[in-house]
Design a protein around this ligand. Sequence first.
Ligand code: CP
Length: 311
Amino acid sequence: MVSSLHRGADVISALQFTRSDIERLIRLAEDIRRIYESGGRLDIARNKVMFTAFFEPSTRTRLSFQFAMIKLGGAVVDLGPEEVSSMAKGESPEDTLRTVDSYDPDIIVVRHREPGFALKAAEICRAPVINAGDGYNEHPTQALLDVYTMWRLFNRVDGLKVGLMGDLKYSRTISSLSYALSNFYDITIYFISPRELKPREEVLRVLDQRRVHYEFYEKPEEIMEKLDVLYVTRLQKERMSPSEYERLKGSYTVTYSYLAGFKKIPFILHPLPRVWELTPDVDALPQAHYFEQAKNGLYIRMALIKTILGL
Ligand code: CP
C-alpha cells in the first residue's frame, strides 16, 4: 500500500495509514517531544493557519490540534459554538466550510455527527481536511495517538494482545484503532462488550481481509490476565435511543477493586472523556495511562500537521 500521508493530504480514515506511515509519525512525534520537553521550540508553521470546525463537542481533539498548531508557530481560527455562527440562522455545515475554505486556510480539522462527513468536507474544500471524528464511523487521529501510546509503553506494537471494551458498535475510536492495529504483526484483539454493542460488520470484514485474529467476550475477567492493554470506551449516549442507553447504562464498569483482584493488570487506556465505565480510583494504579495517552495526542498531532503542511 502506498503512503497517503504527504503534503496536502486529507486524513479521512485510519484505513489509509500504512505501517510505515504510523512508524514515521511516531519517530517524528518523539523528535518533536524531545525538543519541547528540553525547552526548545519549532517555529516552522509561521504564516500558516488552521481552521477548526467542531460541529460536535470536543475537548482533547479540538484543543490538542489547536495547541499543536500554535506550538509549531502557526495560527488557529475556530468556528466556535453554533450559536455565534450563521449556523444559528440555518446555514448548512457544507456552506460554512465552503465559505471558510475560500479564506485560504492551510489545514482544516472537522468533526461532525454524520458518518462520512469528513470525506464530504474534503470534496468541498481545497485545503487538506483532517477527520476529527465523523459520527460513529472513524476517528483516525485518535488511532494514531492510541498506537503511539502502546508503542511508548512496550517499545513495539507487534505481538500485542489488546482488549477493546465497552461500546464497540458506536465508538469511532474502536473502528479506527482496529484498522491501525491491523498493520502490525501478530496482533490479537479481544472485543469485550454486551452482545448488543459488538463491533460493526464493516470493521470485522476489514480485520478478516487483513487476517487479524480477534475473539469476542462479554466480560473482561475471562481474558484479563492475557491482555497487554485494556482499552475502555464509554457508552456513546449521543448515538443511541434513550431506552437503549437506559438498558445498557452501567452494564460494564472498571474499578480499582475489580482490577485489584487480578494477578496481572494490563495497561489501562481510554480515549476519554470517561463517565461511569472507568472510575477515578483506577487513576492511582501504575497501569493507568489514559491521561498520558491524551498528552501523546499533542505530539502525534504536531507530527501530523508538520507532515500535511510539508514543513
Ligand atoms: N478522545 C476524544 O476524541 O476526546 P474529545 O471528544 O474530548 O475530543
